[in-house]
Design a protein around this ligand. Structure first.
Ligand SMILES: [Zn+2]
Length: 258
């Protein structure tokens, strides 16, 4: 199993440090939006930055890259079609990040929707999905369409169910409150909410989640379920196809206050 350390940044971001199985002191930083907490984490644990992987261009994901690259000369990877700091290796679906010296290898998936060129990394039973899939929710549609995001989420939902989901924000509790507004009878979501609230009360991260859990509790992965479809149709006041169900609950969530 992959060893991954969370680094908290800003109010609710997670920058993930993926440890090399060969030399756990060497780490890949995923989406370092801020260099300072990464530096502190590296110093505190006596770690060495070995690479940087980026999922999309938003400042809270790439803001620390230039700063880190001044101190560490490391390979950087990012989406093919987005404006990014540094000079990253440009990746799209089908590409592989193969860091043989770290014994780490990740496949790249295109997951447009939150941004037009958003990518995700899958390997070693783990998914690093930036702001596409959150535990209990999904990213806002800033650049892509509902159709694109819906397809991107379906792609992630089809990964092996024991795949750990390392998303980039601690949004789980508020996402689950929304999910229960959509599906009040979802017992798995209710249990999971209780569990996550207890973790937050202890100031623990609720993530990583995994694909099995998300299929059970995340309304955005459940647009094909009759309960979610009915809730969306009641809200829209008409019959909806699957993409429309997704679009309606995404819009519902945008205006939802728990
Ligand atoms: Zn973002």
């Amino acid at each position: 199993m992959l060893q991954v350390t969370p680094v908290r940044a800003f109010t609710d971001n997670y920058i993930w440090l993926i440890h090399s199985p060969r030399d756990p002191r060497k780490v890949i930083a995923v989406d370092p939006g801020d260099a300072s907490p990464v530096r502190r984490a590296l110093a505190a644990e006596n770690l060495d930055l070995a690479a940087i992987m980026l999922t999309h261009h938003h400042g809270d994901h790439v803001g620390g890259v230039a700063d880190l690259l001044q101190e560490f000369v490391v390979p950087t990877f990012g989406p093919a079609a987005e404006r990014l700091p540094g000079d990253p290796h440009r990746l799209r679906e089908g590409d592989v990040v193969d860091l043989a010296d770290l014994a780490l290898r990740f496949e790249v998936l295109d997951v447009p929707g939150h941004t037009a060129g958003h990518i995700a990394y899958v390997g070693h039973g783990a998914l690093f999905c930036g702001d596409t899939l959150f535990s209990g929710g999904c990213g806002r549609l800033f650049e892509g369409t509902a159709e694109q995001m819906s397809a991107s989420l379906a792609k992630l939902a089809s990964l092996p169910e024991d795949t750990d989901v390392y998303c980039a924000h601690e949004y789980t509790v508020s996402n689950l409150l929304f999910g229960l507004a959509v599906e009040p009878g979802n017992v798995s979501a209710r249990d999971y909410l209780e569990n996550c609230r207890a973790k937050r009360a202890r100031d623990e991260a609720t993530v990583p989640s995994n694909i099995r859990q998300e299929r059970n509790v995340n309304p955005f992965l459940r647009c094909h379920q009759e309960t979610v479809k009915q809730a969306a149709e009641a809200r829209a006041g008409r019959r909806l196809n699957r993409t429309e169900v997704f679009a309606v609950i995404r819009q519902w969530k945008d205006g939802f206050r728990a």
